[in-house]
Design a protein around this ligand. Structure first.
Ligand code: SF4
Length: 381
């Protein structure tokens, strides 16, 4: 199966959306995103909005030909919303796609009134058949019973995990469990997965010493997953702070090549604009009133796009592809002959899925007008 992680913290947004291509099905899990409304009193930086908009467009594109959509729960970073804020995915943007696929969702029980409302708003869409999937199996799909969103505290905050199998390969999506509940980890291990995509602990909320035992518990659970599963991708809540980024690095050092963030798994550089929000505001100050004007459609993010990427380069936050300064793709972009998206998705984040990169490494001929995905753009010269 082909696993593509679309949006999560190491790719620049809140969420844990992914797409899985099987022989006869294309499954999207948790198509939704958010940017974190306020951190330290600051709204999302416009550069964060640049990244979020690109990921939102990608989720919409991936939904066009999906056969199945899974909703692990109905928090605003995991599903389209009837009343999105300016940085989230709206139901109106994807309702046609949702009406043509099977939808597997967590049931309404043990959910907050807000999550129940969002669920109803989706299920009321014309043509949408939203099934309660908890505990069910269908073909390559299997769903867990409700498990805690993080700690086993309130009964209103539960999520559903998914297992997707094809040709002996097993993928598990474990959104928002935060590696905090022992029984939930056991359910994952009983599924005997090859690849697990899971949210890590929210260390940005665990700074007080009173959270020491939770930090310890999540670490033990992560180590156990790593001992027993071939590939463990930990992202989401964990990577909203420098503390979380360091925690993951420590785990990688201890466990070797088995632990990734989503960006590692997608073979590109990670970016953490939410964790870097304070710095982004220092590097690129934002005029008062910008967010209201953006909401009203009076300003866009273009001014922050090039400057934002340049700020990440200048401050050593990302490593460029080693061929960047000699690559014709940079030249074409600088000359305005090629859309900037190519360098932002490949060159600036050292994306090792670049076809040109591998041909360059192998010393094989490739024309200047070959794009990073291997397409030849005839008019480029
Ligand atoms: S096009 Fe590929 S090889 Fe060229 S700089 Fe970009 S990522 Fe590197």
């Amino acid at each position: 199966m082909q696993i593509k992680i679309l949006g999560t913290e190491s790719l620049g947004v809140r969420g844990l959306s992914c797409s899985l291509e099987l022989k006869n099905r294309k499954i999207l899990i948790d198509p939704g995103l958010a940017l974190g409304w306020s951190r330290g009193g600051l709204l999302p930086h416009p550069f964060q909005v640049v990244i979020g908009t690109r990921i939102k467009d990608k989720i919409i594109e991936e939904l066009y030909n999906a056969t199945d959509v899974i909703f692990s729960h109905f928090h605003g970073d995991h599903c389209p919303l009837a009343h999105p804020n300016p940085y989230q995915l709206g139901i109106h943007e994807v309702k046609n796609s949702l009406s043509t696929c099977r939808i597997w969702a967590r049931g309404p029980d043990k959910s907050s009134p807000l999550q129940q409302k969002r669920r109803t708003e989706l299920s009321d869409l014309p043509g949408v058949d939203l099934q309660n999937a908890e505990g069910k199996k269908e073909g390559p799909l299997e769903f867990s019973v409700p498990v805690p969103h993080g700690r086993q505290t309130g009964k209103e905050n539960m999520v559903m995990m998914s297992k997707i199998s094809e040709k002996g390969e097993i993928f598990v999506h474990a959104s928002d469990i935060q590696l905090l509940d022992r029984k939930t980890i056991k359910i994952i291990l009983d599924w005997k997965p090859d690849v697990v995509l899971v949210s890590g602990p929210p260390l940005y909320r665990f700074s007080s010493p009173s959270f020491h035992s939770l930090r310890e518990q999540s670490l033990q659970n992560a180590m156990e997953l790593c001992r027993k599963v071939g590939t463990v991708i930990i992202d989401h809540h964990l990577l909203r702070s420098g503390d979380g980024i360091n925690w993951l690095q420590m785990l990688k050092n201890a466990c070797g090549n088995k632990i990734f963030c989503a960006a590692d798994f997608m073979k590109r550089e990670a970016i953490f604009p939410e964790a870097w929000r304070n710095e982004l505001y220092q590097w690129l100050p934002v005029e008062e009133g910008w967010h209201q004007e953006y909401k009203e459609g009076k300003v866009d993010t273009e001014e922050y796009r090039i400057r934002g990427w340049q700020a990440l380069i200048d401050h050593g936050k990302i490593n460029l592809c080693k061929w960047y300064y000699s690559c014709p793709i940079k030249e074409f972009t600088d000359a305005g002959k090629l859309e900037r998206d190519w360098i932002e998705q490949y060159c600036l984040v050292s994306n090792k899925n670049c076809v040109r990169y591998h041909l360059e490494e192998d010393g094989e001929y490739h024309p200047d007008n070959m794009l990073p995905d291997g397409e030849i753009r005839e008019e480029l010269q």
